[in-house]
Design a protein around this ligand. Sequence first.
Ligand SMILES: Cc1ncc(C[n+]2csc(CCOP(=O)(O)OP(=O)(O)O)c2C)c(N)n1
Length: 666
Amino acid sequence: VDKVQSDLVDFYRKMLLIRLIEEQSRALSREGFMPGSIHLCVGQEAIPVGVASVLRPMDRVLSTYRGHGWALACGAPTTEVLGEICQRAGGLNGGRSGSPLLSAPEVGFLGENSIVGAGVSIACGVAMASQYLGTGGVAIVSIGDGAMNQGSVHEGLVFAATRNLPVVIICENNGWAEMTPTKLTTRGENAVDRAIGYHISSRIVDGCDPLEVADAANWALAEARENRGPVFLECKTVRLSGHYNGDIQHYRPKSDLESAASRDPLKLLRTRIIDSGMLPEDEVDLIDASVARSVETDTAIVRGMPEPDPQFASDHVSSFAKWNTPAADSDNRGNTVMMKYQKALNNALETELALRKELIVYGEDVGSAGGIFGVTMGLQNKFGENRVFDTPIAENAILGSALGASLQGLRPVVEIMWGDFLLVALDQLVNQAANVRYINRGKMTAPFVVRVQQGATPGSCAQHSQNLEAILAHIPGLRVGLPSTSADAYAMLRASIANDDPCVLFEARELYQLVGEVFPDAPVENVGGARLYNHGSDVAIITWGPMVHRSLTAAKNLGENGIGVSVLDLRWLNPIDDEKISEVVKLCEGRVLVVHEANITGGFGAEISARIQERHFELLKAPVRRLGAPDTRIPASPILQRSLIPDSRSIEEACMAIYNQTQVSR
Ligand SMILES: Cc1ncc(C[n+]2csc(CCOP(=O)(O)OP(=O)(O)O)c2C)c(N)n1
């Protein structure tokens, strides 16, 4: 009884602190001190407080965007939480996250997520890491009832169930998703029914009672810790405020507001403490006064916090990149082995798996079958099912879990079978992974690698042939590379694994069977660095991926006709080797052709061309030209494909056009 009593009083104090911080945030927003909107968790305080009461140090929490309460319950300092809500320098994330994305990894709070439902896949990876490393930690992820309709939630549930992961999913069911009652968009009353459908142990909990939440969480965490797989808790709760601070709730029936108010967890707990004789009312008043005073003090501190310094606004996007790529003809690379491009990738993975215990490799068909293109062949046999494994067809869960695992000390290398399939799960790369370092100012990073293959080959249909590098190279925070040779397949994959940021390696399906030299003894490179082939000074071709080979053929043919062509294989689109670009532009006095397989409009050639115009305008003897596929879809028929995609002939012609155009001025 004493324990229950002290728990309840402790719960009361913590819930009140959250309530008052939320009310203070609203007041600061009204007076204009806090810019933008906030989503208050008023009414839902019992859930984070109840769950946090049973957490252990190795557990990790990922919360909904309505997550100030979770940050506070996990132990993030009050002033830093409020400071971050107000986007001040002294906030948890120095004003980079604001209200809906704040994080405090130092107290096990990996952060809110303002893409609803996305945290479930990430939590799978966090759980995978604790399972793999044997820490005994559980990943707790909270989502709203509206988020239960997100694909990422379902992929995460499937993934967690299949891999028996120690994840506890908490659905904070307040009956509303923004301005729409969830019952209008969801068939069936209870969210647990869906989890049960995935064979996940589940319970419905009164989310307005912190003791009941704590009991259920205690059970759930024990299940997860004892390796009985994921657990789903549906906490029925109430949203006592609008969806966001400025929401006048014109859409909400009065009866619903009244019914929610009657379940106010703070009022209920106060009454319970007093009515059961645990504490007399005046002592509860004293608690109220002391928490209010502490929030006033916190607010005064936050008011005194300076704005963040704009001088540092672009810090912490990626790790510092300084590369030193050996030249194509360097003889300083040690032993040479001839190998197919596909085998070079396999060897790189094998080498890294042997060297790094924290490396895991997974994806669809990657484990027992060895990948549909054989890149992971034999690795499961050699390193076991714990380190090399097959996953459900769930790209969001594959990428999200890779991200989550990378936050907790693993280095996952995942395969997305075709570039086109990245598109169903881009959220995990673009909204999630790319933000980690920036938001956390380098305190938390996401070192994982996505291997994916792309491009057109005979018979590949329009959904299996796109070249998507420009989409990802556009995203700050991601590294993007395109190996064009066996040597680079090996070296660039190893460089990606060594790198501390999320890295996407676009392999070329057309090159998998190509045999070339590999230098297994060469030192592991940094990401970045272009490679110059030939040093002709008449025209420069800047290219990447399979177009390197076609460009080299064109260069050879042109060379036989007395026209000297340099070919720069860019290798990495992020980071871009501007120095090598400058070198080749100068060498060829600005006569430059950029070649890529992707279609022209918005292709990465546009970026290269713009950079050259901006930096070398005075040098340009002719406009920089681009050669790529026209802006069409890609047909399956090889004859049709050939009519669209650059080949050595069209590259030669484009070089000749540039050359002839500048003959007059030479
Ligand atoms: C993927 C995605 N779609 C839409 C939104 C816009 N949005 C923000 S909050 C919200 C409602 C979420 O409802 P629920 O999951 O029930 O959480 P609650 O607001 O009740 O806390 C929506 C649709 C979003 N942030 N992310």
